[in-house]
Design a binder for this molecule. Structure first.
Ligand SMILES: N[C@@H](CCC(=O)N[C@@H](CS)C(=O)NCC(=O)O)C(=O)O
Length: 208
């Protein structure tokens, strides 16, 4: 069985959402894991083997550790084939890979730099900025409901995730706002939020 180290209401929540969408929750042992939170609560969990104590971390049956949300999502969508992602060799695979890696390599850095109020020519040269990222996202959503076409995909799940957590950070562009709303209306989003609420409660009770 696979093992997922998961902290409720964190970046690992999107992995739980993906597992639900893939109908693969029964294939994974989900270990509820504490992490230090930015509000000062929480602490590193000594049982979490992630080299930085972070989540998500997926461990395979033979003990291989997979870190980084997009790597884990790619692994899971390959391992559990579905309409959420094109298989190797299928049409759209290149776009799918590009969206997953663009999230980690470009969007998240640009988003964090903006939140931190950072600006430097080296950052701009490497990542560009949020206005370029927003323009790219808008271009990807032209005449389509979701990034991969007419269906919700794992790429939508990943890329919409920061805007679903922090709606106020959603770029004020109708195409993006409407797409985030469509993603948020996917039934697995509410299911995963309900799972996390219960998991957070279980963790509080276990600590008390
Ligand atoms: N790039 C990583 C980021 C993982 C990450 O920063 N996770 C946060 C939770 S939202 C964490 O574990 N923080 C605990 C810490 O910083 O020690 C990914 O997307 O998987």
């Amino acid at each position: 069985m696979l093992t997922l180290y998961h902290a409720p209401k964190s970046r690992s929540s999107r992995i739980v959402t993906l597992l639900m969408a893939l109908d693969a929750m029964s294939e994974v042992d989900i270990r509820l894991t504490d992490i230090p939170r930015q509000d000062g609560s929480g602490a590193r969990d000594p049982n979490n083997p992630h080299p930085e104590g972070k989540v998500p971390l997926l461990v395979t049956e033979d003990g291989e550790m997979i870190r980084e949300s997009n790597a884990i999502m790619l692994y899971l969508t390959d391992r559990f084939p579905s309409d959420l992602a094109p298989a190797v060799g299928a049409r759209g695979r290149g776009a799918y890979l590009s969206w997953l890696f663009w999230y980690g390599n470009v969007l998240e850095p640009a988003y964090v730099h903006q939140i931190a109020g950072l600006s430097h020519p080296a950052l701009t040269a490497t990542f560009r900025g949020m206005s370029e990222a927003v323009a790219y996202l808008v271009s990807g959503l032209q005449k389509r409901e979701f990034l991969m076409g007419e269906r919700f995909s794992a790429a939508d799940l990943l890329i919409a995730s920061p805007f679903l957590w922090f709606p106020e950070a959603t770029p004020d562009v109708p195409v993006i706002r409407d797409w985030v709303a469509r993603c948020g209306a996917e039934p697995v989003i509410a299911q995963s939020e309900a799972y996390d609420a219960m998991a957070a409660q279980d963790m509080r009770l276990a600590r008390a």
